[in-house]
Ligand binder design. Structure first.
Ligand code: NDP
Length: 439
């Protein structure tokens, strides 16, 4: 592997998966004969396009748009769109690659893809967001469809952006169909989709703890991020009797020892789209650490003592130094709401310490699984109740956990859910690719 490849995040994700697959590749020669690895690391199709748009002052901006359709062996391409200034081909490729394994692990008929743009929605008016989304869709609409590629949200893409993109798709394609998930409940969305990634990540932690004769009751939990995944992780933790004591955004970290007040967090982030630093004006007993005061080798949020950790912001937000402090402070489980939030060195610290570690591609698969339930409801023109979807979500998370755990045991790596998740996801996709011939 190159020491500093141009597509660093993509190489990081591929390297982690390939390391886990050594045993399965040695065990069965068919994967080598069918060049499965060579085919799997190459996306089926990569679309890159310019997104020109005018701001409220008439100034023209041009962003880079991406859709990477990675693998459709198991079903239509499926994966979110991310709008964030850090977006580039490496980040979208890593996310698309991870998505293939994650979607396979759900056991549902969905392929893997990811997309987005290096657009920064922060500080933009609704009219600017709408013009950007419409311009983005002017190109993307020709590549997607309910049976070909079904995008959803991710960082910077929530209900508002999905509404604007769906509206433009409907106009251009002249079709009202289930081309997006994460839609508004008014026009085809599913109950629980908004909550699904966070809730699923907590269910995953609950199942890991159950096998260790532990529960979530009264556990102190560190959560990073303050977006969709973090908010609904905190909500479910509170419902199950745990105490979420932190959250963060790209400017800083809040630590609230008595427990994050969810109503304040939702008001600041979902209604006002404000900075998290404002939380302390409502709760002066909480602590705020700005990014400038973070330790040089990591993130302030992981330096507080806690029983459990839920990284829910972004990739590589938890370093080996952070992981070491978490373990020293007695952390017994990590369940990842974000995609690849722990660096490879941090993952090694968790595995060596033998704490329960749920990698993102397993622990955060509840979002995409519920997206598939949204597709099923759209296709049958029915809507299921909150309880019905939530029950399905629990079953899917339980199955993902058991599949990763049992596959790890099958390969003599008891408790190593990274290896278990990678092999379980790989076998499903690889076997489907072989059956479908050389495509
Ligand atoms: P949101 O945009 O709702 O929230 C993202 C949060 O992470 C915000 O608090 C944001 O802070 C913070 N953040 C983003 N980028 C950075 C950065 N570079 N440095 C520090 N903080 C950052 O996104 P989601 O909650 O939807 O997504 C969070 C993670 O979960 C991502 O890794 C995503 O891929 C993953 N995920 C999401 C799913 C979903 O259903 N939404 C499904 C599966 C995985 P700020 O507001 O300051 O930028």
């Amino acid at each position: 592997m190159l020491s500093s490849p141009a597509q660093a995040e993509f190489y990081q994700a591929v390297e982690e998966v390939l390391e886990s697959l050594t045993m399965v590749l040695e065990q069965d020669d068919k994967y080598r004969r069918h060049a499965i690895i060579e085919r799997m690391i190459e996306p089926e199709r990569q679309i890159m396009f310019r997104v020109p748009w005018a701001d409220d002052n008439g100034v023209i901006h041009v962003n880079k748009g991406y859709r990477i359709e990675f693998n459709s062996a198991l079903g239509p391409f499926k994966g979110g769109l991310r709008f964030h200034p850090s977006v580039n081909a490496s980040i979208i490729k890593f996310l698309g690659f991870e998505q293939v394994f994650k979607n396979a692990l759900t056991g549902l008929p969905i392929g893997g893809a990811k997309g987005g743009a290096n657009f920064d929605p922060k500080g933009r008016s609704d009219a600017e967001i709408m013009r950007f989304c419409q311009s983005f869709m002017n190109e993307l609409y020709r590549h997607i469809g309910p049976n070909t590629d079904v995008p959803a949200g991710d960082i910077g893409v929530g209900a508002r952006e999905i509404g604007y993109m769906f509206g433009q798709y409907k106009r251009l394609a002249n079709s009202f169909d289930g081309v997006f998930t994460g839609k508004s409940l008014l026009w085809g969305g599913s109950l629980v989709r908004k909550e699904a990634t966070g809730y699923g990540c907590v269910y995953f932690a609950k199942y890991m703890l159950q096998d260790r004769q532990q529960t979530l009751q009264d556990k102190q939990c560190l959560v990073s991020g303050s977006g969709n995944v973090a908010i609904y992780t905190i909500e479910k933790l509170q419902q199950l009797g745990a105490i979420a004591v932190s959250c963060s955004d790209s400017a800083g970290t809040i630590y609230h020892k008595s427990g994050i007040v969810l109503a304040t967090l939702k008001q600041l982030k979902e209604v006002q789209h404000a900075r998290l630093s404002e939380y302390i004006s409502h709760h002066p007993d909480a602590e705020y650490t700005p990014v400038a005061d973070y330790p040089d080798d990591g993130h302030a949020v992981w330096r507080y003592p806690a029983d459990l950790a839920f990284p829910c912001a972004t990739q590589n937000e938890l370093t080996a130094a952070d992981a070491t402090v978490l373990v020293q402070n007695g952390c017994i489980a990590v369940s990842e709401g974000a995609n690849m939030p722990s660096t490879q060195a941090a993952v090694e610290v968790f595995l060596e310490a033998k704490i329960a570690y749920g990698p993102g591609k397993a622990a955060n698969a509840g979002g995409v699984a519920t997206s598939q339930l949204e597709m099923a409801q759209n296709a049958s023109m029915r809507s299921w109740s909150f309880a019905e979807v939530d029950e399905q979500l629990k079953i899917i998370m339980r199955n993902i956990y058991s599949s990763a755990r049992d596959t790890a045991s099958e390969f003599g790596a008891e408790g190593n859910l990274v290896l278990g998740a990678n092999i379980a996801g790989f076998r499903r996709v690889a076997d489907a690719m072989i059956e479908q011939g050389l495509v």
